[in-house]
Design a protein. Sequence first.
Lengths: 387, 366
Amino acid sequence: MAQFGSVERKGGSRVAELVGWVGRLVLAVAIPLIAFAVIYYGFIWLRDSNAPKWLTVIVAIIWGVGGVALLYWVFNRIVEQLPDQWTERLQPYVFVGPAMAILIWYLALPSARTFYLSLFGRDGYPKDIGFFQTFASDAFVGFQNYVAVFSERLLTEALRNNVLWIVFGSTLSVALGLLVATLADRSKFERVAKSLIFLPMAISFVGAGVIWNFMYDIRPPGEAQIGLLNAILAAVGGSPVAWDKWTEIQPWNNLFLIIIVVWLQAGYAMVLFSAALKGIPEEIQEAARVDGATEIQVFFRIMIPYIMGTIITVWTTVVIFTLKIFDVVWVMTGGQFGTHVIATQFYRQSFTARNSGYGSAIAIVLLVTVIPVMIYNLRQFRQQEAF
Amino acid sequence: MKKRRNWTGPLLINGALLLLVIVWSVPTIGLLVSSFRTRFDIGTSGWWNILPHQEWETVSTLDPKELGLDPDGVMEVEGATGTFDELRDGVESADGKSRVTWVGNKRLGRIEVQDRVWTVTWDFTLDNYKQVLLGAGVEITNPDGSVETAPGQDMSQAFLNSVAVAIPSTVIPILIAAFAAYGFAWMSFPGRRLMFILVVGLLVVPLQIALVPILRDYNSLGLNGTFLAVWLAHTGFGLALATYLLFNYISTLPRETLESAFIDGASHFTVFTRLVLPLSVPALASFAIFQFLWVWNDYLVALTFLGVDPTYKVLTQRLADLTGTFGNAWHLLTAGAFVTMILPLVVFFALQRYFVRGLMAGSVKG
């Protein structure tokens, strides 16, 4: 009896082991399946339901954020079920993999795909033939799109405007940011002043467009001007002008669009300069003053050289930013009155004119212009010892 | 000499600073003030008329016939002289205190005498906001007392859409970037260095490069015009900077703290969720504010991937539409613009400290 009992017990533990093993297997399969089902049906519900807007919004937020968290949890669980050796080998890819996949899908591959597209005519590459055969097809135009970018009048105008944007936009932003930072550093009202100059950073380009359209509003002479700038002109006896839509002064009407971005960006420059200025040792400035240097000399001979690194960083950032400027021009003038820039031409060619080859060539030109900065960043990174 | 410098210096500095602050603030103040003025006021007078200013106000109306004036000759009324045509435009009296205007034609006209008086135009209303936010028709009272029904612009829907786009587009990239940053900082695996070089290299790639290929992918996946499409796009475009910033922070966390957790048998996942995420809150918050403002204010990505379906448009799209369709309807545009600005301004003022910290840590964004 005892023996039988012990056999039975042995058999029982074997059954338990088997059940446990099957259970684990079922769980390992079922949890991901349930998770994917939840995510998939959530998507379908969001797409097709007629629930009230606020409910859809709440569900969408929970579904989107929760779904991503759930995916990490599920994949991590699967990997942790594996033998330790495999867990150790695979877990880093659970952590890093999704980010790399998204970066490759959204930025790295598109760079290559856009370049490939830029070698073809307006309808893109033929889809029914092999990759290498596309280069022999009629749609393949080689570098003709690039020739057009640098020779067509509309595009050369856009390139010229971008140069204006970069030269005036970045210089004014940096200079004004530095001026405010220096003044605020010596004022009792530093916090308030900096907050107010910084505030436009929170405003969208479209919103800023409306704000400045209102500043630039023009009424026929004789009527009451409701735009502040024309009202000032009228008060001093001038006749109203159209500012950013003022075709007679082309290309300088672009300056009135550039001012908007300076208004938005100077706060950014100010914040960085302000921090850099606070890092200058007081003794150096005092020593110079004791030696008889004027405030102007202290500013140009000591402070500027001391924060040169920050100035270059800010300048680069603002240049990259103005290079891609789109919303302001699109909303204010739509590129009319000689105000097109590279990014608006890119949008127009890609989506309005549906000339994918030409639009892609413009995008590649944008990419090429930032490559020096990319190389600089990579070089800085290689010098870091930590990695 | 020394004494003089003591007060002119600060005065000059504060004066220059005040001037700059005023110049910087006036455009926004003008917008805010105008959004509360009546449609009639916005269209006919500048918003600065809410400040005390002098205006002509009619004090008496005279009948030219009773005064025995000859409209064909030079007339003198209340100290002002002029011909009929001059009086039609209004003639100021010699002392400049009053103005005389002939209203109407020569035969049946009347003469209005106006005095210069100090006044403020303080006729504020919420009608503009009602009209911009509500979906149904909105009743609006005109200055002459008549009531008309204007179509609502239904921007409250767009506001909800912006919330639905912005919150996941902020949280998802942070979550993914935090996992990756932890992986780069605290795990060793083949390809680690190469992958991080890719992250650094992609920091400045302009997002324009990706719009056409991604739009094609979305078309074949049926994702176009969905919130998911925009979340993923913002995640893709913000991820390089997020990973880079969070790596810089997470890699400097104290090694001993993490190692003692590992010795206690904690897994990477546990250490990450229980230890690293709570310790990284300042960095996460900084980037969150940065990304939230970026996404909320974005126009290009929404325009490309959300498309033209009005039920899904976000605030920036709706505002841009208003600018295109009603370029001179300032009562709608000013209120609409302020509706788009209100949430970022609140976030900005409440969390400015974190935002500044994020800016300082960040380099450049593609």
